[in-house]
Design a protein around this ligand. Sequence first.
Ligand SMILES: Cc1cc2nc3c(=O)[nH]c(=O)nc-3n(C[C@H](O)[C@H](O)[C@H](O)COP(=O)(O)OP(=O)(O)OC[C@H]3O[C@@H](n4cnc5c(N)ncnc54)[C@H](O)[C@@H]3O)c2cc1C
Length: 344
Amino acid sequence: MSAPLEACCPSDTARMNLDAALDRVAESLSGSITGRVRRSWPLAPLTTYRLGGPAALYVEPAGARDLELLGAALRGVGLEAGAIPVLPLGRGSNLVVSDDGIPGVVIRLGSRAAWIEPWGPPQPGLPEEGSRGATAGAATALPQLANWAARRGLEGMEFAVAIPGSVGGGLRMNAGAYGREIAECVAAVRVFSLDRLVLEVRSRSELGFAYRRSNLSEHDLVVDADFLLARGDTAAIRKRMDEYRRHRASTQPGAAQNAGSVFRNPPGDSAGRLIEAAGLKGCNKGGVAVSSLHANFFVAGPGALAQDVRDLVEHVRAAVYETSGVELEPEIRFVGAFNQQDAA
Ligand SMILES: Cc1cc2nc3c(=O)[nH]c(=O)nc-3n(C[C@H](O)[C@H](O)[C@H](O)COP(=O)(O)OP(=O)(O)OC[C@H]3O[C@@H](n4cnc5c(N)ncnc54)[C@H](O)[C@@H]3O)c2cc1C
């Protein structure tokens, strides 16, 4: 397995070796792969924070064959030995990419992986009577899946109507809101394993879902997933979705540059309440500030750096610990190299 992305900061020599290896991967893919392959490709426009540097190698596989070619090319330069950091990227709504970028391979399934197919009439043996199934490609936007289900009078995905992530990222993070989470609706997931270079089917019980977590790793690329949705009342489903949208619009800085909740809620409490109680609303580091609308959202302004987000996270974490004794754990993911700062 490769080194964790949060910790990866190669030395000059290692970076030169990595560059040479990535040249070889890019070379072997160009001409054989259908999707895009780019060196030094900007990632900021692909994230909701719109911060951070480029991917040393950016690949947009168009399908299973491209994934196999990519996997084989990576293996050819020693992926198993941990030589190359790999990052699957969805809609970049839960990530902070380092200002130095990602010194490895960023893999993003493009628009061809954004699709939803119903399973058709009820399947024999479905666990819930009256439920229907659908399969969605990993790049499908979560609100698209929620709206698709609502149009058909299927319930379970309403919570996702305003979560700006993809099916792939949603499964990795076990996205959820309003007491529901994606783990409750998913039946099985097809994953391309970059370690074994095979497409594997994993059932819900094998995915280790917990609060905003799964056991999917950087080497597990979600390709598509089967969802099981119960029949419901279309008007009631739409009403819930409207309520969720309205609630968000009035309580969260959705349009600003951010990546949603910064910290996981500690058991029995809310991170936003603890941050507010520590008097940190409006507090800032560089161009990033704690939102005055919702204290668990940190918003970036003009001139902000990804490092500012990291510094503010460390500062807030230390201040909340000092005032409440609670150690907050980040929900947003930092990828690439960051400086460890004094929390003060
Ligand atoms: C305004 C706003 C509101 C939000 N509200 C919520 C909320 O209510 N609830 C909630 O849970 N989250 C919320 N989020 C966070 C975010 O939208 C979710 O975590 C979402 O599921 C992330 O999906 P993504 O496609 O953007 O993933 P990314 O941010 O691109 O990636 C997140 C993680 O998933 C991995 N990943 C991405 N695609 C794949 C793939 N195909 N295969 C394997 N791994 C993959 C990445 O490597 C990374 O580890 C919010 C974010 C914003 C900006």
